[in-house]
Design a protein around this ligand. Structure first.
Ligand SMILES: C[S@@+](CC[C@H](N)C(=O)[O-])C[C@H]1O[C@@H](n2cnc3c(N)ncnc32)[C@H](O)[C@@H]1O
Length: 284
């Protein structure tokens, strides 16, 4: 990669980087990275195109652009991604939260749940879903579990950063480390991608851990395990809300119906795909 020519202005640095980053969002990526290096907002960068970068800033910017040029996600480079308007720290231990996952939060918030509902987020990762729910419903008792100790540490750090320390995070292989108890709501965005899916070789997912993405049995293994175990952890009338792949709605509905759940229904994500399914548990 050619070095940035020196001296360099904001406009020149952005043009240079946009040219090198191979992404549909190259210009925005460059703006975000330069903003981080210069400690300035996007508005500032647009307002001051002739401002000069120092040599240190140029070197730091070049390093970030080189990493982005080989595909490293911007969120990992910045160490942060917004979810539900909450600035979450992110790292390579878990998935970068996706906008479509906010649909789960929206779906849960319109359900009739008690004022002090007990909610469990399985495979919490950064804590995104658990923290968004705790932010919106401060009276709820929210738990988040993940098998990855690094992800649990990250979720805890996010809860401190967002002053939502009342959310309980713990290391657990799905329900295994939990004390026996019953929840009003179980939500999960588990791994659901088939190991052979070619999308695993494209874009940001190349840098995300396979343990957060891939499940056996054409991507359905973790969804099946969760659906099978969930009734033991739900109050009568409790809900389950699951994110899944755009071709998995029918299969997930069938799993829920076979397990005895009622009111099974799938909903569309922001892209119009059936990407989440909810159901209610009424004890037989
Ligand atoms: C698709 S990511 C979702 C992360 C986060 N909930 C979100 O929506 O951004 C799946 C998460 O499930 C965790 N996970 C995978 N298998 C697990 C298991 N058996 N028990 C608990 N967590 C698991 C992964 O470590 C990962 O953090």
């Amino acid at each position: 990669m050619t070095d940035i020519p020196t001296p360099q202005t904001v406009a020149e640095a952005l043009a240079w980087a946009s040219d090198r980053i191979d992404s549909e969002s190259a210009r925005l990526d460059a703006v975000l990275l330069l903003g981080r290096v210069m400690g300035q907002s996007r508005t500032w960068l647009y307002t001051w195109p002739d401002a000069a970068l120092s040599e240190t800033q140029q070197a730091a910017f070049q390093t970030l652009v080189e990493r982005r040029a080989v595909g490293e996600p911007v969120a990992y480079l910045l160490g942060e991604r917004e979810f539900w308007s909450l600035p979450l720290s992110v790292n390579a231990s878990t998935l970068i939260p996706r906008p479509d996952t906010e649909c789960l939060v929206e779906t849960i918030l319109v359900l009739a749940l008690p004022e002090q509902a007990r909610v469990l987020d399985l495979g919490t990762g950064t804590g995104a879903i658990a923290l968004a729910l705790a932010f919106e419903r401060p009276e709820w008792q929210v738990w988040g579990v993940d098998r990855s100790p690094e992800a649990v540490a990250l979720a805890k750090a996010n809860s401190v950063k967002l002053a939502l320390e009342h959310v309980h995070f713990a290391e657990s292989d799905w329900f295994s480390a939990l004390e026996p108890q019953h929840f009003h709501m179980i939500v999960a965005n588990p791994p659901y991608i088939d190991a052979q899916d070619p999308h695993l070789e494209q874009g940001d997912v190349r840098f995300e851990p396979r343990s957060a993405l891939v499940a056996g049995d054409a991507g359905l293994a973790d969804l099946r395990d969760i659906v099978h175990a969930a009734p033991d952890w739900l109050m009568p009338g409790g809900w389950i809300v699951l994110e899944h792949g755009w071709q998995q709605a029918e299969a997930v509905q069938a799993l829920l119906e076979a397990r005895g759940f009622r009111r099974v229904a799938s909903q569309r994500d922001y892209g119009g795909n059936l990407r989440l399914t909810l159901a209610q548990w009424e004890s037989p």
